[in-house]
Design a protein around this ligand. Structure first.
Ligand code: MRU
Length: 360
């Protein structure tokens, strides 16, 4: 996608010994790119959320591992770097999927070839993610077209939570990909953007993306979505996900579950968009998904621009009060209208997923 007229992916190779990312902790106030030169730097970028979003951290983990194969291509180091990167964030399965794919591509291959093989495999993971996102967009577009046909001459109102756009993938996004395609196809639409406390990925990143693409949108306090659903001002919800279990349960950014409950109560269709790299076939119950606990500081403090133009971190809570900060929650499959994947849309059921991925 474009930033100030220049096309960017959210991760890109620089020669064959470094790669670039956008520092997402600086958005929307500043657009800053970073050059990463080691697996340790990649791990740091993932942990601090300079780079985030389930598919994107998979690609960044893959490039990080590839860099370390230049330094030491031994089996021991491959296992060590794999495990070090896998531990950076626990909920998004894409990270483990990408690292596992890298390991499988390198084990049993000559050591002197591993660095080049790893670099090519990381690039393939990134390119395939772009293709999957584009395909998700096309399948989601059909759903948007059907809903828009029921509201001729009126804007379709779509609510989304967190950031599942091009900044969370390598390009296009998952939940936002159908929205971009619908906008480009001339379908009139408006997006309600949940601010997504505590880190504000909606207000900071999704709004940045939609504004950059010219999509009409409004930022909402997280608690306001139910109100607008009751008022008939939400036609559909689309969110991304960090892990979908084999029975269709969906882990996504904390607060997603409450939106799904409100959507169910108001008969608003609730769709989840994902590449197949987000499906965890080994888990059949969302309660078994590990939920990341993040720092209390994310709840107690907030970053913003001050009137003098500088960006600062400020305290927003009563001094001394503790805070809890689960990063994700699980939306049970029964609340999900459909899963939009690169192979089409299916029911959030074991049969639905199997119908699209019979060999998985
Ligand atoms: O903690 P984050 O910002 O990495 O969480 C991101 C999300 O929850 C996204 O919705 C999810 O990763 C899907 S991104 C296509």
């Amino acid at each position: 996608m474009k930033v100030n007229g220049k096309h960017y992916r959210s991760v890109w190779p620089i020669g064959d010994d470094a790669f670039g990312i956008i520092d997402q902790t600086r958005l929307p106030h500043e657009f800053v790119t970073l050059t990463l030169r080691s697996a340790a730097e990649a791990a740091h970028a993932i942990t601090t959320m300079q780079t985030r979003g389930a598919p994107l951290i998979g690609a960044v983990g893959a490039y990080g591992l590839a860099l370390d194969m230049r330094r030491d291509p031994s089996d021991e180091n491959l296992a060590k770097v794999h495990d070090m990167l896998a531990e950076t964030r626990p909920t998004a399965i894409n990270l483990r999927w990408a690292l596992g794919r890298m390991r499988d591509a390198l084990l049993n291959r000559p050591r002197d070839q591993r660095a080049a093989l790893a670099w090519a495999e990381a690039a393939a993971i990134a390119d395939e993610d772009v293709a999957m996102s584009k395909s998700i967009g096309e399948h989601g577009l059909k759903i948007i077209q059907d809903l828009a046909a029921k509201k001729p001459g009126q804007k379709l109102n779509i609510l989304t939570h967190c950031n599942a756009g091009w900044l969370a993938t390598v390009d296009y996004g998952t939940a936002l990909a159908p929205i971009y395609l619908a906008h480009d196809a001339g379908i009139p639409l408006h997006v309600w953007v949940d601010e997504t406390r505590p880190r504000n990925q909606g207000a900071s990143l999704t709004a940045f993306e939609l504004g950059g693409h010219g999509v009409d949108h409004t930022i909402l306090a997280d608690n306001a979505g139910g109100h607008y659903m009751q008022a008939g001002q939400v036609d559909m919800v689309i969110v991304g996900t960090d892990r979908v279990t084999a029975n269709g349960d969906v882990a996504n950014k904390i607060g997603t579950y409450l939106k799904a409950l409100a959507a169910k109560d108001n008969a608003v269709p609730f769709y989840v968009a994902l590449p197949s790299s987000t499906i965890d076939w080994t888990i059949a119950d969302g309660r078994d998904i590990p939920i990341e606990t993040r720092s209390a500081d994310e709840v107690l403090k907030m970053t913003g621009r001050l009137p003098n133009g500088s960006v600062a971190l400020v305290e927003i809570a009563a001094p001394g009060s503790p805070a809890a900060n689960p990063g994700f929650d699980v939306t049970p499959a029964r609340l999900v209208t459909g899963l939009i994947t690169e192979r089409g849309t299916c029911a959030a059921t074991p049969e639905g997923l199997r119908s699209l991925f019979p060999k998985a």
